[in-house]
Design a protein around this ligand. Structure first.
Ligand SMILES: Nc1ncnc2c1ncn2[C@@H]1O[C@H](COP(=O)(O)OP(=O)(O)OP(=O)(O)O)[C@@H](O)[C@H]1O
Ligand SMILES: [Mg+2]
Length: 268
């Protein structure tokens, strides 16, 4: 029994060393600076404040989403919202980190919000090329996948903002990419941050190609008819649920947990 434990520990250590080596090699290859941990966004609560009430809500969100996806053997999750600034990027990041914190699941985090990419900035990463360069045929997939400092979390950054974002995201190359990243590894989830579905056509085009769509709604701020319009663009079978963001924590919970002023809540 002890030798099995020792063997497992050794395998985990080796995997972690391999990952660190890959991160270093990738940075050297592209002449990138190491991530600046002091520039990590304060909203990465799942990483920076793992015992906070907010981090706890992301664990609940993970559990509910993975329950649905595991039974259906699915892995592609798209995070969107009706309009801008409702918390898509914050939710996608924390959800991805929380899934990667699980025992065996790894995550590929993809930035399809090519007009206003933000994932790499929140992760303190310098990203010179990414999805756009791949879709324009200028980079191979292996060259744009960026290992991050967070174990089991890989980033596919957006790359330089294009002149024709909708055409690129609606292309056959994009559909082929989604198929490829979905089927490449077992036990890997793909979390996609996107543009607001009521504002740009890209996300409505991507939504039917993924396994599940999570709609982020800013509590008390987004008008009901905007939410209804967003929902009308998502197939009901494809909808994982609605994630209410920025709701105030009930007092009963504030007493028993480390208090965090805003947190996400999930419901369908
Ligand atoms: N639960 C939260 N509590 C407090 N602030 C939040 C929360 N979620 C998001 N924010 C803040 O709201 C702003 C918008 O969040 P975020 O960038 O995640 O939204 P978005 O939907 O990705 O926006 P965009 O449409 O511009 O891409 C950011 O300043 C973010 O830090
Ligand atoms: Mg965003």
């Amino acid at each position: 029994m002890r030798s099995i434990e020792k063997g497992l520990e050794k395998a985990i250590r080796e995997r972690e060393n391999r990952r660190r080596r890959e991160v270093r090699e990738h940075r050297d290859q592209w002449g990138l600076k190491p991530p600046d941990m002091s520039r990590l966004s304060a909203y990465l609560v799942s990483l920076l404040e793992p015992r906070s009430l907010a981090a706890e809500q992301f664990k609940r969100l993970r559990t509910k989403i993975l329950q649905q996806m595991k039974t259906r053997m699915e892995s592609l999750i798209l995070v969107t919202s009706a309009i801008q600034g409702e918390g898509k990027t914050t939710t996608a990041l924390n959800l991805a980190i929380t899934i990667a914190q699980g025992m065996s699941e790894s995550v590929l985090l993809v930035d399809t919000d090519v007009r206003k990419p933000g994932l790499h900035t929140h992760l303190g990463i310098e990203a010179k090329q990414g999805l756009v360069d791949y879709l324009q045929g200028e980079q191979a997939l292996s060259e744009i996948l960026m290992p991050t400092e967070i174990p089991k979390l890989t980033l596919l950054p957006s790359g330089k903002p294009p002149e024709n974002p909708s055409e690129l995201l609606a292309s056959d190359r994009m559909s082929d990419l989604l198929h490829e990243i979905k089927t490449r590894y077992e036990n890997r989830y793909v979390v996609i941050d996107s543009s607001p579905i009521n504002v740009f056509t890209d996300t409505a085009i991507l939504a039917p190609q993924v396994d599940g769509v999570l709609l982020v709604v800013q509590d008390g701020a987004t008008p009901r008819d905007y939410v209804v319009r967003a929902l009308s663009q998502i197939n009901h079978e494809n909808l994982l649920g609605i994630c209410l963001n920025q709701i105030s924590a009930p007092e009963s919970l504030q007493d028993s947990y480390y208090y965090y002023s805003n947190y996400a809540n999930y419901g369908k």
